[in-house]
Ligand binder design. Structure first.
Ligand code: ZN
Length: 344
Protein backbone atom coordinates (compact mmCIF):
# COMPACT_ATOMS: atom_id res chain seq x y z
CA UNK A 1 0.00 0.00 0.00
CA UNK A 2 1.31 3.43 -0.92
CA UNK A 3 -0.01 6.05 1.47
CA UNK A 4 -0.30 9.58 0.10
CA UNK A 5 -0.60 11.74 3.20
CA UNK A 6 -1.69 15.37 3.01
CA UNK A 7 -2.51 17.81 5.81
CA UNK A 8 -3.81 21.37 5.72
CA UNK A 9 -1.62 23.22 8.25
CA UNK A 10 -4.19 25.93 9.00
CA UNK A 11 -1.74 28.81 8.69
CA UNK A 12 -2.68 32.46 9.15
CA UNK A 13 -1.20 35.65 7.74
CA UNK A 14 -1.86 39.32 8.60
CA UNK A 15 -4.96 40.69 6.84
CA UNK A 16 -3.93 44.18 5.80
CA UNK A 17 -7.33 44.97 4.28
CA UNK A 18 -9.52 44.11 7.23
CA UNK A 19 -7.09 43.96 10.14
CA UNK A 20 -6.31 40.92 12.22
CA UNK A 21 -5.36 37.67 10.55
CA UNK A 22 -6.82 35.58 7.78
CA UNK A 23 -6.46 31.94 6.82
CA UNK A 24 -3.74 31.11 4.27
CA UNK A 25 -3.67 27.86 2.39
CA UNK A 26 -0.63 25.75 3.30
CA UNK A 27 -0.72 22.09 2.32
CA UNK A 28 1.78 19.69 3.79
CA UNK A 29 2.54 16.42 2.04
CA UNK A 30 4.89 13.55 2.82
CA UNK A 31 6.81 11.77 0.10
CA UNK A 32 6.41 8.05 0.79
CA UNK A 33 9.50 7.05 -1.21
CA UNK A 34 12.21 9.48 -0.07
CA UNK A 35 10.64 10.53 3.23
CA UNK A 36 10.88 14.31 2.80
CA UNK A 37 8.07 16.77 3.45
CA UNK A 38 6.70 19.23 0.90
CA UNK A 39 5.00 22.52 1.72
CA UNK A 40 2.72 23.70 -1.06
CA UNK A 41 2.46 27.41 -0.42
CA UNK A 42 0.46 30.24 -1.95
CA UNK A 43 1.09 33.94 -2.21
CA UNK A 44 4.86 33.81 -2.75
CA UNK A 45 6.98 33.61 -5.86
CA UNK A 46 10.03 31.61 -4.90
CA UNK A 47 11.97 31.88 -8.14
CA UNK A 48 13.01 35.00 -10.06
CA UNK A 49 11.55 35.63 -13.51
CA UNK A 50 13.71 34.46 -16.41
CA UNK A 51 15.61 37.07 -18.34
CA UNK A 52 17.43 36.59 -21.66
CA UNK A 53 20.68 34.71 -21.12
CA UNK A 54 22.54 37.18 -23.35
CA UNK A 55 26.33 37.22 -23.36
CA UNK A 56 26.68 34.62 -20.66
CA UNK A 57 26.05 31.80 -23.09
CA UNK A 58 28.34 33.16 -25.78
CA UNK A 59 31.79 31.67 -26.01
CA UNK A 60 34.36 34.27 -25.05
CA UNK A 61 37.46 32.17 -24.48
CA UNK A 62 38.64 28.64 -23.96
CA UNK A 63 36.00 25.90 -23.76
CA UNK A 64 37.12 22.28 -23.34
CA UNK A 65 33.91 20.93 -24.92
CA UNK A 66 33.85 22.83 -28.21
CA UNK A 67 34.78 21.03 -31.42
CA UNK A 68 38.04 22.92 -31.99
CA UNK A 69 39.46 22.08 -28.57
CA UNK A 70 37.83 18.91 -27.22
CA UNK A 71 40.34 16.53 -28.79
CA UNK A 72 43.34 18.24 -27.19
CA UNK A 73 41.62 19.45 -24.00
CA UNK A 74 40.26 16.06 -22.93
CA UNK A 75 41.96 12.72 -22.34
CA UNK A 76 41.19 9.56 -24.30
CA UNK A 77 39.78 6.51 -22.52
CA UNK A 78 42.00 3.48 -21.89
CA UNK A 79 41.85 0.82 -24.57
CA UNK A 80 39.66 -1.55 -22.53
CA UNK A 81 36.91 1.10 -22.40
CA UNK A 82 37.15 2.21 -26.03
CA UNK A 83 39.52 0.79 -28.60
CA UNK A 84 39.79 4.17 -30.32
CA UNK A 85 40.01 6.04 -27.01
CA UNK A 86 36.82 7.93 -27.85
CA UNK A 87 33.10 7.31 -27.47
CA UNK A 88 31.20 9.39 -30.01
CA UNK A 89 27.53 9.24 -31.02
CA UNK A 90 26.47 11.81 -33.60
CA UNK A 91 27.85 15.13 -32.34
CA UNK A 92 28.01 13.90 -28.77
CA UNK A 93 31.32 12.98 -27.14
CA UNK A 94 31.89 11.21 -23.84
CA UNK A 95 35.21 11.97 -22.12
CA UNK A 96 36.76 11.05 -18.75
CA UNK A 97 35.83 13.45 -15.96
CA UNK A 98 38.82 15.48 -14.73
CA UNK A 99 37.44 15.51 -11.18
CA UNK A 100 37.02 12.22 -9.28
CA UNK A 101 33.41 12.55 -8.13
CA UNK A 102 32.96 8.79 -8.35
CA UNK A 103 35.07 5.63 -8.72
CA UNK A 104 34.49 6.15 -12.44
CA UNK A 105 32.93 9.32 -13.77
CA UNK A 106 32.54 10.45 -17.36
CA UNK A 107 31.27 13.65 -18.95
CA UNK A 108 28.94 13.51 -21.92
CA UNK A 109 28.77 16.61 -24.10
CA UNK A 110 25.41 16.81 -25.92
CA UNK A 111 26.82 18.48 -29.03
CA UNK A 112 30.41 19.59 -29.54
CA UNK A 113 29.45 21.78 -32.52
CA UNK A 114 27.38 24.21 -30.43
CA UNK A 115 28.83 25.99 -27.37
CA UNK A 116 25.35 26.57 -26.01
CA UNK A 117 22.12 24.69 -26.57
CA UNK A 118 18.93 26.25 -25.22
CA UNK A 119 16.20 24.07 -23.75
CA UNK A 120 14.50 24.14 -27.15
CA UNK A 121 17.75 22.97 -28.79
CA UNK A 122 17.81 19.87 -26.59
CA UNK A 123 15.70 17.82 -28.97
CA UNK A 124 15.05 14.12 -28.54
CA UNK A 125 17.85 13.32 -31.01
CA UNK A 126 20.37 15.47 -29.12
CA UNK A 127 19.36 13.97 -25.76
CA UNK A 128 19.41 10.47 -27.24
CA UNK A 129 22.96 10.91 -28.56
CA UNK A 130 24.43 11.83 -25.19
CA UNK A 131 22.45 9.17 -23.28
CA UNK A 132 23.46 6.56 -25.82
CA UNK A 133 27.14 7.51 -25.57
CA UNK A 134 27.08 7.52 -21.75
CA UNK A 135 25.26 4.17 -21.66
CA UNK A 136 27.89 2.71 -23.96
CA UNK A 137 30.56 3.98 -21.58
CA UNK A 138 28.78 2.56 -18.50
CA UNK A 139 28.50 -0.87 -20.11
CA UNK A 140 32.19 -0.89 -21.01
CA UNK A 141 33.21 0.18 -17.49
CA UNK A 142 31.04 -2.46 -15.80
CA UNK A 143 32.59 -5.20 -17.94
CA UNK A 144 36.05 -4.21 -16.70
CA UNK A 145 35.03 -3.32 -13.12
CA UNK A 146 31.92 -5.37 -12.29
CA UNK A 147 32.06 -4.27 -8.65
CA UNK A 148 30.84 -0.78 -9.73
CA UNK A 149 27.21 -1.88 -9.62
CA UNK A 150 25.64 1.52 -8.87
CA UNK A 151 25.30 3.52 -12.04
CA UNK A 152 23.66 6.88 -12.66
CA UNK A 153 23.57 9.59 -15.32
CA UNK A 154 23.10 13.11 -13.95
CA UNK A 155 22.86 16.64 -15.26
CA UNK A 156 23.39 20.20 -14.14
CA UNK A 157 22.38 22.81 -16.72
CA UNK A 158 23.50 26.43 -16.28
CA UNK A 159 25.10 27.82 -13.08
CA UNK A 160 21.93 27.92 -10.86
CA UNK A 161 21.86 24.12 -11.05
CA UNK A 162 25.53 23.81 -10.04
CA UNK A 163 27.04 23.60 -13.50
CA UNK A 164 30.52 25.11 -13.68
CA UNK A 165 30.67 25.15 -17.49
CA UNK A 166 28.14 26.78 -19.83
CA UNK A 167 28.61 24.24 -22.63
CA UNK A 168 25.77 21.80 -21.82
CA UNK A 169 26.90 18.41 -20.62
CA UNK A 170 25.82 15.39 -18.58
CA UNK A 171 27.83 13.35 -16.08
CA UNK A 172 27.85 9.72 -15.06
CA UNK A 173 28.71 8.00 -11.78
CA UNK A 174 29.78 4.39 -11.42
CA UNK A 175 30.44 3.39 -7.82
CA UNK A 176 30.47 0.41 -5.44
CA UNK A 177 28.11 2.48 -3.24
CA UNK A 178 24.78 4.05 -4.28
CA UNK A 179 23.89 7.74 -4.32
CA UNK A 180 21.85 8.63 -1.22
CA UNK A 181 18.59 8.83 -3.17
CA UNK A 182 19.47 5.64 -5.03
CA UNK A 183 19.99 3.84 -1.70
CA UNK A 184 16.70 5.16 -0.37
CA UNK A 185 14.88 4.20 -3.55
CA UNK A 186 16.29 0.66 -3.54
CA UNK A 187 15.81 0.14 0.22
CA UNK A 188 12.23 1.36 0.11
CA UNK A 189 11.40 -0.79 -2.91
CA UNK A 190 12.88 -3.84 -1.17
CA UNK A 191 10.91 -3.24 2.06
CA UNK A 192 7.74 -2.70 0.05
CA UNK A 193 8.31 -5.86 -1.94
CA UNK A 194 8.87 -7.89 1.23
CA UNK A 195 5.61 -6.58 2.72
CA UNK A 196 3.31 -6.68 -0.31
CA UNK A 197 5.02 -9.01 -2.82
CA UNK A 198 4.87 -6.42 -5.55
CA UNK A 199 7.01 -3.63 -6.88
CA UNK A 200 6.59 -0.23 -5.26
CA UNK A 201 7.06 1.36 -8.65
CA UNK A 202 4.54 -0.80 -10.47
CA UNK A 203 2.06 0.05 -7.72
CA UNK A 204 2.89 3.76 -7.91
CA UNK A 205 2.43 3.90 -11.68
CA UNK A 206 -0.85 1.94 -11.41
CA UNK A 207 -2.11 4.23 -8.65
CA UNK A 208 -1.20 7.46 -10.46
CA UNK A 209 -2.45 6.27 -13.84
CA UNK A 210 -5.86 5.44 -12.35
CA UNK A 211 -6.19 8.62 -10.26
CA UNK A 212 -4.89 10.59 -13.22
CA UNK A 213 -4.29 14.05 -11.75
CA UNK A 214 -0.50 13.65 -11.64
CA UNK A 215 -0.07 11.15 -14.47
CA UNK A 216 1.46 12.48 -17.68
CA UNK A 217 1.76 9.57 -20.12
CA UNK A 218 3.96 6.84 -21.52
CA UNK A 219 6.95 6.89 -23.84
CA UNK A 220 7.46 3.20 -24.57
CA UNK A 221 8.06 1.42 -21.24
CA UNK A 222 8.64 4.73 -19.39
CA UNK A 223 5.72 6.04 -17.32
CA UNK A 224 5.90 9.81 -16.75
CA UNK A 225 4.30 11.42 -13.72
CA UNK A 226 4.58 14.32 -11.30
CA UNK A 227 5.36 13.25 -7.72
CA UNK A 228 2.71 13.77 -5.04
CA UNK A 229 5.24 15.57 -2.82
CA UNK A 230 7.92 17.13 -5.04
CA UNK A 231 11.41 17.75 -3.68
CA UNK A 232 11.83 20.77 -5.96
CA UNK A 233 10.24 22.98 -8.57
CA UNK A 234 8.38 21.36 -11.45
CA UNK A 235 9.71 17.94 -10.51
CA UNK A 236 8.91 15.17 -12.96
CA UNK A 237 9.56 11.43 -12.69
CA UNK A 238 9.79 8.57 -15.10
CA UNK A 239 9.64 4.95 -13.99
CA UNK A 240 10.65 2.11 -16.26
CA UNK A 241 8.49 -0.99 -16.48
CA UNK A 242 10.57 -4.14 -16.31
CA UNK A 243 13.90 -2.35 -16.65
CA UNK A 244 16.33 -2.06 -13.77
CA UNK A 245 19.72 -0.94 -14.99
CA UNK A 246 21.20 1.69 -17.27
CA UNK A 247 23.33 -1.08 -18.78
CA UNK A 248 20.11 -2.89 -19.79
CA UNK A 249 18.69 0.06 -21.74
CA UNK A 250 18.04 -1.00 -25.32
CA UNK A 251 18.46 1.52 -28.09
CA UNK A 252 14.73 2.02 -28.69
CA UNK A 253 14.08 2.51 -24.96
CA UNK A 254 16.89 5.07 -24.78
CA UNK A 255 15.17 6.97 -27.58
CA UNK A 256 11.82 6.81 -25.77
CA UNK A 257 13.46 8.06 -22.58
CA UNK A 258 15.18 10.85 -24.53
CA UNK A 259 11.81 11.77 -26.06
CA UNK A 260 10.25 12.21 -22.62
CA UNK A 261 13.20 14.20 -21.28
CA UNK A 262 13.12 16.49 -24.30
CA UNK A 263 9.37 17.04 -23.88
CA UNK A 264 9.88 18.03 -20.22
CA UNK A 265 12.63 20.42 -21.31
CA UNK A 266 10.25 21.93 -23.87
CA UNK A 267 7.61 22.37 -21.16
CA UNK A 268 10.23 24.07 -18.95
CA UNK A 269 11.07 26.48 -21.77
CA UNK A 270 7.38 27.24 -22.34
CA UNK A 271 6.93 27.88 -18.60
CA UNK A 272 9.75 30.45 -18.58
CA UNK A 273 12.26 28.22 -16.81
CA UNK A 274 15.93 27.98 -17.75
CA UNK A 275 17.92 25.71 -15.47
CA UNK A 276 17.47 22.10 -14.34
CA UNK A 277 18.98 19.05 -12.70
CA UNK A 278 18.20 15.49 -13.65
CA UNK A 279 19.23 12.08 -12.44
CA UNK A 280 18.74 8.69 -14.07
CA UNK A 281 19.43 6.03 -11.45
CA UNK A 282 19.93 2.33 -11.91
CA UNK A 283 18.03 0.06 -9.54
CA UNK A 284 19.75 -2.68 -7.55
CA UNK A 285 21.41 -5.47 -9.55
CA UNK A 286 18.75 -7.81 -8.09
CA UNK A 287 15.87 -5.53 -9.15
CA UNK A 288 13.80 -8.40 -10.55
CA UNK A 289 13.64 -9.93 -7.07
CA UNK A 290 13.27 -6.75 -4.99
CA UNK A 291 10.92 -4.52 -7.00
CA UNK A 292 13.31 -1.61 -7.60
CA UNK A 293 13.30 -0.08 -11.07
CA UNK A 294 15.29 2.25 -13.29
CA UNK A 295 14.19 5.68 -12.07
CA UNK A 296 14.45 9.16 -13.58
CA UNK A 297 13.76 12.44 -11.84
CA UNK A 298 14.18 15.99 -13.04
CA UNK A 299 13.44 19.39 -11.52
CA UNK A 300 13.81 23.02 -12.46
CA UNK A 301 16.19 25.40 -10.74
CA UNK A 302 15.98 29.17 -10.49
CA UNK A 303 16.46 31.03 -13.76
CA UNK A 304 19.75 32.83 -14.11
CA UNK A 305 19.47 36.34 -12.69
CA UNK A 306 22.15 38.57 -11.18
CA UNK A 307 22.19 38.59 -7.38
CA UNK A 308 19.29 36.18 -7.33
CA UNK A 309 18.18 34.57 -4.11
CA UNK A 310 18.95 30.83 -4.03
CA UNK A 311 15.95 28.58 -4.55
CA UNK A 312 17.34 26.22 -1.91
CA UNK A 313 16.80 27.44 1.65
CA UNK A 314 17.21 25.97 5.13
CA UNK A 315 13.97 24.14 4.52
CA UNK A 316 15.54 22.07 1.76
CA UNK A 317 19.19 21.87 2.85
CA UNK A 318 18.67 21.28 6.57
CA UNK A 319 15.00 20.56 7.13
CA UNK A 320 14.48 17.95 4.39
CA UNK A 321 11.37 19.81 3.32
CA UNK A 322 10.66 21.35 -0.04
CA UNK A 323 8.79 24.63 -0.44
CA UNK A 324 6.84 24.68 -3.69
CA UNK A 325 4.78 27.61 -4.96
CA UNK A 326 2.85 25.74 -7.62
CA UNK A 327 0.50 22.77 -7.65
CA UNK A 328 1.96 19.40 -8.74
CA UNK A 329 -1.41 18.59 -10.30
CA UNK A 330 -1.35 21.81 -12.40
CA UNK A 331 2.19 20.99 -13.53
CA UNK A 332 1.07 17.50 -14.57
CA UNK A 333 -1.74 19.06 -16.66
CA UNK A 334 0.81 21.32 -18.39
CA UNK A 335 3.06 18.35 -19.08
CA UNK A 336 0.17 16.31 -20.46
CA UNK A 337 -0.47 18.98 -23.08
CA UNK A 338 3.20 18.92 -24.12
CA UNK A 339 3.38 15.13 -24.19
CA UNK A 340 0.13 14.93 -26.11
CA UNK A 341 1.43 17.25 -28.81
CA UNK A 342 4.98 15.94 -28.74
CA UNK A 343 4.25 12.27 -29.17
CA UNK A 344 2.14 12.54 -32.29
ZN1 ZN B 1 31.95 25.09 -25.76
Amino acid sequence: MILLQETELEAEVPDFDNGGFKRARLVYRLDPLFGHGTRLIEGAKLQPAAEPLGELVERTGFCPFCADTIDSATAPFPEEISRTGRIIVGKSWVVPNVVAYSAVSAVGVYDISRHFLSLADLTRDVVYDVLSALTRHAKAVQEVRPELIYSSINANYLPPSGSSLIHPHVQSSLDPVPLGAQRRMIDHARTHFESYSRSYFEELVGLEEVSGSRFVGWTGPMAWLVPFAPSGFYETWAVASEIGLISELADDTLYQLATGISLVMGAYAATGLQSFNFSLMSASPTWQADGSRLFFRMLARAPLAPYYRSDVTYFERLGQEAMIDHSPEDWAATLRSHFGAGLT
